[in-house]
Design a binder for this molecule. Structure first.
Ligand code: CO
Length: 364
C-alpha cells in the first residue's frame, strides 16, 4: 500500500502544478497503477475520484464495496445502490463547488464521459493520461523486477517452443502450445501468443487461423505473458525446414536494424532517433517501403503505452523507460521478418530485457 500511496501523492503534486482539480479514473491500467486494483470496465459507473489535495474517493456499486474495505488507507468508499442514479452520488463528492478542470481516464467509455459532462456542465474536461503517463513511463524498481521476470518467462517459452516439432500443426495449435509454455515458465497469465506462418508473417498484426505449418515457411511469433500486471512483448522469426528465398538476407538486415536501434538508446536521445536508426539500415538496404510501422512502443501495465517511438517524436528518453524495439520487413505474398525485444533505458544506454536467441534459426 505504501507504494500506491506514494504514487497517489505524486499524482496530486502534478495535478496542483497543472491546475487540475480532479482526476476521475475508471477501471483501467491507470487504476491498477494507482491502487493495485484490476477491474474490468462495465456498464456500472465505477470511478476513483482523486482531488488535487486530500483523500481520494472510490465510487462504486454498493454490492462491490466489501472487496475494497481494506483499501481505506488509499481512499474512502462512496457507494450507489442498483436503483440509484450513480451520477448523483458522484456529484455529491464535489460538494460544495464543482471542479473547474477534470482529468478523465483516457479509456473511459464515451457514455460515462457524456454523463459526467451532463452533471458537471461548467467543468473543463481533459485526459488524465497527460498527468499519469509521465509517471508511468519511468518504471520504479518494483516494476522493473516484474518486467524482468515476465521477459525471462517469455524467453524461456520461446527457447522451449523451438525445440519441439511444429510442422503439420496449425497456427492456432502452435499458439496454444506457446501459451502453455508461457504459463509453465512462470507467467501468471498469457498476454498474447500470435503465430503467423508463411505469407501470413508479412502482415504485422496477423489474425491467426487454421493454416498448417509446412517446410519452407517463415514463422513469426509475437508473444508475452503477464506477471504482477506487467507484460512481456517479444517477437522472433524463424524458418521451417529450410530457408524461403531471400529470407536470410532480409533476416540479416532486420537483425542489424534492431541492433542499431538498441545501440541508439540512451537518456536524452529523442525517441524518434531510435526509429531513425533502424529505418536507416532498412532503407539503406532498399527495403524502406516494407518497414511500415514505428519502431516501438512503451511496455508496462499495457502492451502498448507511452512512450511511442515514432520518427516524428522528439520526446527525450529517460532512465527507467521500457519499450519495444521491433523493426520489421514485410514482403506481401512471401514472408515477413520482425525481431522485437523489450528494452530498458539505463543511465548508460539501452539494456535488453529479452535474451532468447536472435540468431537465424531453421527448425527441422
Ligand atoms: Co510490440
Amino acid at each position: 500500500m505504501d507504494s500506491y500511496r506514494n504514487r497517489l501523492e505524486e499524482v496530486q503534486l502534478r495535478m496542483r502544478g497543472e491546475g487540475i482539480d480532479y482526476l476521475l479514473i475508471a477501471p483501467s491500467a491507470n487504476l491498477l497503477y494507482l491502487t493495485g486494483i484490476e477491474e474490468q470496465i462495465t456498464e456500472r459507473l465505477t470511478l476513483l475520484a482523486i482531488p488535487a489535495s486530500g483523500k481520494s474517493t472510490f465510487l462504486l456499486p454498493a454490492f462491490e464495496a466489501a472487496r475494497f474495505a481494506n483499501h481505506q488507507e488509499l481512499f474512502d468508499l462512496r457507494v450507489w445502490e442498483e436503483t440509484d442514479d450513480p451520477y448523483k452520488a458522484l456529484k455529491a463528492i464535489f460538494d460544495p463547488a464543482p471542479p473547474t478542470t477534470v482529468g478523465v481516464e483516457d479509456t473511459c467509455w464515451a457514455r460515462f464521459l457524456l454523463g459526467l459532462q451532463e452533471v458537471l456542465p461548467m467543468s473543463r474536461f481533459i485526459t488524465a493520461g497527460a498527468v499519469l503517463h509521465p509517471l508511468r513511463e519511468r518504471k520504479r524498481p518494483e516494476e522493473l523486477d516484474r518486467l524482468r521476470a515476465v521477459s525471462r518467462s517469455a524467453d524461456e517459452a520461446f527457447t522451449r517452443l523451438i525445440s519441439s516439432e511444429l510442422v503439420g500443426l496449425s497456427e492456432l495449435e502452435v499458439s496454444r502450445r506457446l501459451a502453455d509454455l508461457l504459463l509453465e515458465s512462470g507467467s501468471e497469465t498469457v498476454g498474447f501468443a500470435t503465430v503467423a506462418s508463411g505469407p501470413h508473417s508479412a502482415s504485422p498484426h496477423h489474425t491467426m487461423g487454421n493454416r498448417r505449418i509446412s517446410k519452407g515457411d517463415a514463422l513469426l511469433f509475437d508473444f508475452g505473458g503477464r506477471i504482477g500486471g506487467y507484460y512481456a512483448d517479444v517477437t522472433r522469426t524463424v524458418a521451417v525446414g529450410g530457408l524461403p528465398e531471400g529470407f536470410e538476407e532480409v533476416y540479416g538486415i532486420v537483425r542489424e536494424a534492431q541492433q542499431a536501434a538498441v545501440e541508439r538508446v540512451e537518456p536524452g536521445v529523442p525517441a524518434g532517433e531510435v526509429d531513425a536508426a533502424a529505418r536507416e539500415v532498412i532503407a539503406g538496404a532498399g527495403y524502406g517501403e516494407h518497414f511500415s510501422h514505428r519502431v516501438g512502443h512503451g511496455v508496462g501495465l499495457e502492451i502498448h503505452e507511452p512512450p511511442y517511438l515514432r520518427g516524428d517524436s522528439d520526446q527525450p528518453l529517460e532512465p527507467g523507460m521500457t519499450f519495444s524495439v521491433e523493426p520489421g520487413i514485410y514482403l506481401p505474398g512471401r514472408f515477413g521478418v520482425r525481431i522485437e525485444d523489450t528494452v530498458l533505458v539505463t543511465r548508460e544506454g539501452g539494456e535488453r530485457l529479452n535474451h532468447c536467441s536472435r540468431e537465424l534459426v531453421i527448425l527441422p
